[in-house]
Design a binder for this molecule. Sequence first.
Ligand SMILES: [Fe+2]
Length: 252
Amino acid sequence: MDKLSRRDFTRDAISSVLTFSLLETLFENDAFADEVKPLTGKWLAEVNQVARELKDETIKQVIWQEKVEELLSEVPLEELLKLVNFERLTKNLKIKSKSETSLRFNFNKVEGAPARLAFGKQIFALNKGNSVVPHGHNNMVTAFLILKGDLHGRHFDRLKDEPKHLIIKPTIDRKFKPGECSTISDYKDNIHWFEALTDNSFIFNIHVFGLKRPGPRLPTSRVYVDPEGEKLKGGLIRAPRSNFKELSRKYG
Ligand SMILES: [Fe+2]
């Protein structure tokens, strides 16, 4: 009868420890994650191409808005979630209260994907009652696509900058569900504000910086504004300029 020698036992024990840690490593590196389809890689290349065209000024900002809204509407949500490693990214996530939580990530490897990205990206995480507080942008375009949750989205055209106010006009004011998107540019719907109506709401965001805007040169940054302002003729609002802290206190 064979007896399990100490040497054999030790070897087996070591081998199962190795197997276990190897498995753990593989899981952490998503070796077993569903593969992203090459079609999604092609989609990412198209998103990159329109960002490149915008930077090269071969298309205008409003055309980028149209094209990106089309692209964001056609990507299957489950594919996009795989592309951003959503499960791993949001595992053990603590969403800040009274603020937006910004998540940074790398796209999953996929055939056909661009080697260098011409656009920036992040994911916002919000619990019920939290907002990406109202703000506009200078010299850039951005797009929001709802990944999870229901949100109340509002956009405003930014008609005029005054020293302490912006003259704005409401353009979009509706509920957004997963798969729905909106965009901003220096020319159209420049101010956005998204309030989460459900816990664990996630917004996929892409942006392209360094663009030319109409009017005077301004720093590339968020322009915080409180849309609750003096009502003017024609549905316009004289909205006071504000800051992140103030708006977070007021709108969460
Ligand atoms: Fe923004």
